[in-house]
Design a protein around this ligand. Sequence first.
Ligand code: 1GP
Length: 228
Amino acid sequence: MYDITEWKHVFKLDPNKDITDDQLEQLCESGTDAILIGGSDNVTEDDVLRLMSKVRRFLVPCVLEVSTIDAIVPGFDLYFIPTVLNSNNPDWIVGLHKEAMKEYGELMSPEEIIVEGYCILNKDCKAAALTNANPALELEDIKAYARLAEKLFHLPVFYLEYSGMLGDAEIVKETKAVLTDTTLFYGGGIKNPETAANMAEYADVVVVGNAIYEDFGQALKTVKAVKK
Ligand code: 1GP
């Protein structure tokens, strides 16, 4: 029903940050392919529920990126489950996932779930600290993680995560070149149409997060920039 291989653009909303109803409407009606709800800290069930019910009024697919078992809310179109491939802590690779399966395994519908193989590349971002990731990677290591995601684990998504900083377009290009079936997500530091278009040359899907809260007008323009 939802074919992520057709997607090009996603807005990532942080349930812990404020957004007006008017802004939310503009994002939902912008032509973006999905609204992804997720954050690294203080994600609560109440905030997720509140945001979901507002996004639900629009036709755009509404996706929860699960970052804590405590804030899994039913009613989303899809659930994205991150596994941090370059984490040094097995909890973030399979440990928390196993706990989630213990609690919710019987209730889950496989068609609603997309596993994202994350490769976190900004050493200063919250997600890197939280997951004890090792972002000091050579290009060959990053390509190896991409191949591992696709060829070994058959993950539907490989996510180059530079959250908070603009990444290296050359790395995105080289990573894309080793992927055939797995969809490449890029996120980090996209603040305007130019940076969005640049990353969209190589990534299948670009994710825009912080810019929504920092320069709303520019963030909104990223949709048209990648969906020409
Ligand atoms: C964060 O990849 C997303 O998980 C988007 O990054 O907030 O830097 O846009 P930004």
